[in-house]
Write a protein that binds this ligand. Structure first.
Ligand code: PAF
Length: 294
């Protein structure tokens, strides 16, 4: 497995790839877990070669967030990827990746605004900027993202559509612990008590889905039910627990979420602090997910 840090070296690697072969790309910030590996496997299934990037992107963290102590187990990540048979790890040097006086950014102005966008100002600007820069360098045909970051997927889909980027975004299902907790690199911040409480987020989503299956159709009541489950646990501080359109992320104001959005389904999205750790999760309520939840 090749590890490349220099932008020039990556460009020459890319030029040598046969034009008739497909290239899959999994951008990550490292601290890899089974969720990342499921993206890698999907890429390997679909593409002739797979590149994984490892880059803790300073631009998507605000000054009070966890950039400096974000986990960086680089050697361990590379060993995992080597074991998976990855062709190339691109781990750019931050100083080379961003010019010290960089002043050009990618800004998506609609889908990035609500939910996480309203609590993490500048976050999605950092994500769109880094991902577009990586797309320019790697020039993949397909790029793989986890459905757990539903808003990130929606923002990036909008970006590739609006800027005519020739990359297909592939959304892969959220990977969960047996108790329902969505895998995340930030789960390592949880102490044993917090880890025990963390699956309540999943349970709050499941409760709303179950209520929908049993006939509850009011968006307001489904949101109230989901929130109330997390509110019972004082260690949680909810940022949002909302049902939204899965593509535009616009709020739903009609009574039945599915009747409002149609076959794409409705996105139930939640973000909450569990003491100091911010957790997010979501569930797409559609015919297929309803069948699976039974
Ligand atoms: O999802 C992530 O890990 C990051 O936001 C991404 C897409 C790698 C961009 O830094």
């Amino acid at each position: 497995m090749k590890i490349i840090r220099s932008l020039e070296e990556l460009r020459s690697w890319r030029k040598k790839l046969a034009p008739d072969k497909s290239l899959g790309f999994v951008p990550t910030m490292g601290a890899l877990h089974e969720g990342h590996l499921s993206l890698v496997h999907q890429s390997q299934k679909q593409c002739s070669s797979t590149v994984v990037s490892i880059f803790v992107n300073p631009l998507q963290f605000s000054p009070q967030e966890d950039f400096s102590h974000y986990p960086r187990p680089f050697e361990q990540d590379c060993a995992l990827l080597e074991h998976e048979g990855i062709d190339l790890v691109f781990a750019p040097d931050a100083a080379q990746f961003y010019a010290p006086d960089a002043s050009t950014y990618v800004l998506e102005e609609t889908v990035s605004q609500p939910l996480c966008g309203s609590f993490r100002p500048g976050h999605f600007r950092g994500v769109t900027t880094v991902v577009l820069k990586l797309f320019h360098l790697v020039q993949p045909d397909f790029s793989y993202f986890g459905q757990k970051d539903a808003q990130q997927c929606a923002v990036l889909e909008r970006m590739v559509r609006d800027l005519n980027v020739q990359v297909q975004i592939v959304k892969c299902p959220t990977v969960r612990e047996p108790d329902g907790l969505a895998l995340s690199s930030r789960n390592i911040y949880l102490n044993p008590l917090e880890r025990e409480k963390a699956p309540l987020i999943y349970q709050s989503l499941k409760a709303a889905v179950d209520a929908y299956t049993q006939g509850e159709r009011s968006v307001r009541l489904l949101e109230k039910l989901g929130r109330s489950i997390l509110e019972k646990e004082p260690l949680f501080k909810i940022q949002y627990w909302e049902i939204r359109h899965p593509i535009t992320l616009a709020p739903l104001d009609k009574t039945d979420p599915l009747a409002t959005v149609g076959p794409e389904g409705a996105l139930i999205a939640v973000a909450a602090y569990l003491r100091k750790t911010r957790l997010i999760d979501n569930w797409v309520l559609n015919e297929e997910s309803l069948r699976k939840s039974k």
